[in-house]
Design a protein around this ligand. Structure first.
Ligand SMILES: C[S@@+](CC[C@H](N)C(=O)[O-])C[C@H]1O[C@@H](n2cnc3c(N)ncnc32)[C@H](O)[C@@H]1O
Length: 281
């Protein structure tokens, strides 16, 4: 891939999904897009770019975005958000439902990849309710929305079927044996958990207004691919989408310097999360 070709795709990708590749990632774009040169028998990336702009293949733009995104994910990624969900948020939500302060809880997994994150949320809630013998509040009180820009990962997520390698990444045996059924090399997720999550294709560059308000947003390991400016925009739009006292979880190894404008940082058992500031709505 020549520097000029890299510049064309760099700009295109940034415009389409906000992912910011700098020059040292040229090899990544080249390796992820080279399959299209073979498929369409093209001589150069410039030809691919021209084809993309002529819209000869209606689904090409989507396939390029699919190929470019990094979909790495695992179950219960980082330990601390789940501890915070169980020990801080769920007891408060249950009390608020019982006292009539709220009728439901809305949670958004904003870059859900193949579903491990939103399904971890649903399993975490369900197990907590069962373990605490809560009967008047059920998983049906929780609306979990899971979105991603990539249609391929969303198709996988909606199937709720995982191979042994994905199953071995972060899922303990108790969760596995309670919520999955093994069929040969595939593990099928229980319908009760699948039904608790609604999947939808959504680009974080779009307006969040139509999504409604959320009590908690998991926006983890996606803004690491964005420019500082776009990352700031996303976290500010999330602040506007949070209910009073709503919280944002980011990845434990992610850095969010200028959160103070919209959030207050809270620490719980070695994990940080961000509560929207009262004056941010
Ligand atoms: C590395 S995965 C993270 C998955 C999950 N949140 C986790 O922490 O395990 C990043 C996901 O972000 C999605 N993504 C990238 N750019 C996006 C955008 N502009 N809007 C929505 N999703 C995007 C990718 O398709 C990918 O599935």
């Amino acid at each position: 891939m020549s520097p000029a070709e890299f510049a064309l795709f760099q700009e295109y990708i940034k415009e389409q999904c906000g992912i910011d590749f700098n020059e040292d990632k040229s090899y990544l774009i080249e390796s992820r897009l080279s399959k299209f040169l073979i498929k369409f028998q093209l001589a150069s990336f410039e030809e691919l770019y021209r084809m993309l702009n002529k819209q000869q293949d209606a689904g090409l733009a989507e396939k390029i975005i699919d190929a470019i995104t990094t979909n790495e994910t695992l179950w219960f990624r980082d330990k601390t958000p789940w501890i915070t969900l169980e020990e801080v948020l769920l007891p408060a939500y249950i009390n608020e439902i019982r006292s009539g302060q709220r009728s439901k809880v809305r949670i958004w997994s904003a870059a859900c990849s193949s579903g491990q994150e939103p399904y971890s949320i649903a399993m975490c809630i369900d197990r907590y309710l069962k373990r605490s013998r809560v009967q008047d509040v059920t998983l049906a009180h929780f609306e979990i929305l899971a979105t991603d820009i990539s249609s391929t990962v969303l198709t996988l997520a909606r199937m709720g079927k995982y191979d042994t390698i994905s199953m071995s990444r972060g899922l303990d045996h108790e969760y596995r044996d309670t919520y999955f059924q093994q069929e040969g090399r595939i593990w099928k997720l229980a319908e009760v958990v699948k039904d608790a999550v609604a999947f939808r294709q959504f680009n974080l560059q779009n307006s969040f207004i139509g999504l409604g308000k959320f009590d908690a947003v998991f926006c983890r390991y996606v803004t690491i691919y964005f420019s500082e400016k776009f990352k700031k925009t996303v976290f500010s739009k999330i602040a506007n989408s949070l209910t009073e006292q709503g919280v944002l979880f980011i990845g434990n190894s992610e850095i969010f310097f200028d959160y103070k404008e919209n959030y207050e940082m809270s620490q719980y058992k070695n994990g940080a999360f961000f509560r929207v500031r009262g004056d941010s709505e």
